[in-house]
Design a protein around this ligand. Structure first.
Ligand SMILES: [Zn+2]
Length: 398
């Protein structure tokens, strides 16, 4: 018996051919072209990843989420799921009408039955979602760039709109896979980065506690300087095939636009992961954080304040490399501090790779993983000639 989806039932907004045609006809030629991140939200809604949401938030839902971190039903919900639209695209649209939401012209992803057209108060929004209205915060910047006008309402879609990305398992599919194992406990680890030894430490703990660990690679951000999803998947496949116990660690592509909302974003991830069937979730020191906007371990704290999720949080302390102990430890497992401790973070991995400072990756990445990774993008030159054997591969978004 798998964990219940959030709110009790997994949402599925995909309808039959006949119903889909009916919804398309009802919308007629009213069409809104979606930005990349809105497309991700559409797919997350229609496949049930955001269960119990059945559409973009209405003014009433939005108001309660920013005021109390709750849906009208009383369930905790922290991040508004909004569809901002330019007023000129509204073109006389009123509540009660339907509109096609498209990837590009003539490529519908969903039909929205518009229930609500409303304006958000950006200052109130930013203070609630990000805890700041500082224009240094990328989430605030993003909000200021977008239209204040939002459309809310239920979505309808067709199964054929669900994309076929590498390792992308919509909640129903992943739940089916987990159920078929006959096992009971599944830990989710979420990441946008390649696996450093600190991450491996977290996976090791989770493997001691639960039956399986799912590595949820968060994709969809397309942020300059971030690893390309295929590179993250390739490096994880390398580890899974060589080091992790057979059949205990799997990959999943978690599609989520960049939000940078720290604790509140961690809570949204937890909702998505529970909907996908996970029973446990590793939440770190600065989960989904940015700069120093959120308190240390704030992302672990929010799960004590909001209690409507069933997924259990594994609040593991931040792993770091201790030079005295010569291994990965946490502040709970060794006494050393200050210069004896080297923090592990994805930014360093990126910088050392770009600057070819490979020696400094020694205590951060497994040596052969580092070689595998650098082998992807370094020029390959045959020993006995100047002939280039392989085109170097791009590993970051640029
Ligand atoms: Zn130590």
């Amino acid at each position: 018996m798998l964990i219940e989806p959030y709110g009790g039932a997994l949402v599925d907004r995909c309808t039959s051919d006949k119903e889909w045609t009916r919804h398309l006809n009802a919308a007629g030629d009213r069409e809104i072209l979606l930005k990349h991140e809105d497309q991700i939200n559409v797919i997350n809604i229609v496949t049930g990843s955001y269960s119990p949401l059945t559409g973009f938030m209405t003014e009433q839902e939005y108001g309660q989420v920013v005021a109390d971190s709750k849906l009208p039903s009383g369930l905790d919900w922290t991040i508004p799921i909004l569809l901002p639209v330019l007023t000129e695209t509204l073109d006389g649209l009123t509540p009660g009408a339907s509109v096609i939401l498209s990837k590009k012209q003539g490529h519908p992803l969903a039909v929205m039955e518009v229930e609500s057209i409303f304006e958000i108060d950006r200052e109130k929004h930013n203070l609630s979602v990000f805890g700041t209205d500082s224009t240094e915060h990328p989430g605030v910047q993003d909000c200021l760039r977008k239209s204040r006008v939002c459309l809310g309402g239920q979505l309808h879609a067709h199964p054929s709109v669900v994309p076929d990305f590498r390792y992308f398992y919509p909640p129903r599919e992943l739940r089916g896979k987990l159920e078929s194992t006959g096992q009971k406990t599944f830990t989710a680890f979420s990441t946008r980065n390649i696996c450093h030894v600190g991450h491996e430490y977290l996976h090791t703990i989770a493997l001691e506690i639960t039956d399986k660990v799912g590595i949820n690679v968060i994709t969809g951000a397309q942020v300059k300087g971030n690893f390309l999803p295929d590179v993250v998947f390739d490096t994880y496949e390398y580890l899974i095939d060589r080091y992790y116990p057979v059949d205990k660690v799997f990959l999943n592509n978690l599609r989520l636009p960049p939000i940078y909302a720290g604790p509140k974003e961690a809570f949204l991830q937890a909702i998505m992961l529970q909907n996908s069937g996970y029973t446990h979730f590793i939440v770190g020191r600065d989960h989904a954080g940015i700069g120093s906007f959120y308190p240390r371990y704030g992302a672990q704290q929010i799960f004590k304040e909001l209690d409507s999720l069933s997924i259990e949080i594994l609040p593991i302390s931040e792993p770091r490399y201790c030079k005295v102990c010569g291994k990965i430890t946490t502040e709970n497992s060794c006494r050393h501090t200050g210069a004896d401790i080297a923090a592990l973070n994805g930014r360093d991995v990126r910088r050392f790779l770009l600057e070819k400072r490979y020696a400094e990756l020694k205590n951060i990445l497994r040596e052969d993983l580092q070689k595998f990774l650098t082998g992807l993008f370094e020029e390959q030159v045959a020993d006995d000639s100047e002939l280039k054997l392989k085109e170097p591969r791009r590993i970051f978004y640029d």
